[in-house]
Design a protein around this ligand. Structure first.
Ligand code: GGG
Length: 394
């Protein structure tokens, strides 16, 4: 699937490091895009002050734009999301998002930028490939190889807490579910309720992407993840809508095998026999949990990339969060972000630069000599990034 920008002479990449280690790893992803361009076109990139690249006929001209978001920025500058959407929609072809940890308590006026971005840009498919590679501990004798893609519906299902007093029209528009906390009389106990939204439209379109991905893989197996034995209304609709995709596709997906797993059993089986999965499609929350869990099979969350894809825009994003415990220490693993840049380029039709980046990452990991602490090594973000850049430019 591609939104076909590969014929363009330039590509403007919006960079949204956001918070925590996102600020340390998104620059590595930016460097990878620039480096792959240098190799492809043999031209100089003018870096400071704004990383504007040379336009070259046969490749990408990375001209990244830094867009500030996240709690840190919010508290400091009170940046409104609207300005960010405008920049991305009007000035960028694609984007890279780092990581954010939104506050767990309500902060007036603040809402999660990543949830809002996915909704606002209608980036309805979160595609998360999880595969074992040499060097990351995945070859340890008791580890079973994984090679799967989690396709997570990205616009529904997840909920956000809204107290009655701060509920606003804008939030109604941004979030697909409403949640209100009330004090129930006479006991004055707090009570929380959430409405979970699953629609046929969103489930069908994520189902279609999942079928496309499954069809393109050797095993052509799609597993639908749900819990419709309990959530028969919402998950039932998800399951039914995904299952209906082949019948609506004129035989295009006849060669794809469809299986189903209840989400709890899917997690159990994922750990015991990951090889039974190929492409997994899931509603938002299950997809989030399953992909983090699957990361445990391949060494670290620090190596898992993703893209948030819509019909008109794509945004790469490492699956890991902002990791406040290691932020600022210079030891975050840049691999997930660099791979997210490659995945984004591949989605846009730039297969060859994406291959180069992926090969440089794999060749860096394989000897297991230059690993960040999450993979059991002592290397820094800069050391790993520079090694990968060196291989890309070779
Ligand atoms: N890059 C993935 C990421 O940042 N994960 C953490 C997350 O989902 N955060 C949502 C939020 O805190 O607003």
């Amino acid at each position: 699937r591609s939104i076909s920008t590969s014929s363009r002479k330039s590509l403007t990449v919006g960079l949204i490091p956001a918070d925590g280690i996102g600020r340390e790893v998104i620059p590595s992803a930016k460097d990878a895009i620039i480096a792959v361009k240098v190799r492809a076109a043999g031209t100089q990139i003018h870096r400071p002050p704004c990383w504007m690249g040379n336009i070259h006929a046969d490749g990408i001209c990375p001209s990244p734009r830094y867009c500030p978001v996240g709690p840190t920025v919010f508290h400091k500058f009170r940046v409104f999301h609207a300005a960010l959407y405008r920049t991305l929609k009007e000035e960028c072809d694609c984007a890279l998002f780092g990581s954010v940890s939104s506050p767990s308590r309500k902060v007036a006026g603040y809402s999660s930028p990543i949830v809002a971005l996915r909704k606002e840009l209608d980036l309805y498919a979160n595609i998360r490939p999880v595969f074992s590679v040499a060097g990351t501990g995945a070859e340890a004798p008791r580890t079973r190889p994984a090679d799967l893609i989690v396709v997570r519906e990205n616009t529904e299902c997840l909920v956000r807490i809204h107290t009655r007093h701060c509920f606003s029209v804008q939030q109604t528009r941004l979030y697909s579910t409403l949640k209100r906390r009330t004090s129930s009389k006479p006991k004055k106990e707090k009570e929380a309720r959430a409405t979970r939204l699953i629609t046929e439209r969103a489930s069908s379109r994520i189902g279609k992407i999942a079928f496309e991905l499954a069809k393109a893989r050797p095993r052509k197996l799609l597993t639908i993840i749900h819990k419709s034995n309990v959530l028969s209304v919402t998950d039932g609709l998800f399951r039914e809508s995904v299952r209906a995709v082949p019948a609506l596709s004129n035989g295009k997906f006849d060669d794809v095998t469809i299986e189903e797993q209840l989400v709890d059993s899917a997690v159990y089986r994922l750990f015991r026999e990951p090889e039974i999965f190929d492409v997994m499609v899931a509603p938002n929350l299950y997809g989030d949990i399953i992909s983090d869990a699957a990361a445990a099979l391949v060494g670290s969350l620090g190596v898992i990339p993703s893209i948030n894809a819509g019909d008109d825009f794509v945004m790469g994003e490492p699956v890991h969060g902002s990791a406040p415990d290691i932020a600022g220490k210079g030891i975050a693993n840049p691999v997930a972000s660099i791979r997210s840049a490659a995945l984004m380029l591949r989605h846009l039709g730039y297969a060859s630069p994406a291959d180069k980046i992926d090969k440089a990452v794999n060749d860096t990991l394989a000897p297991a000599k230059l690993l960040t602490p999450d993979l059991g090594g002592t290397a820094s973000t800069t050391e790993v990034t520079e090694h990968i850049m060196g291989l890309i430019k070779e």
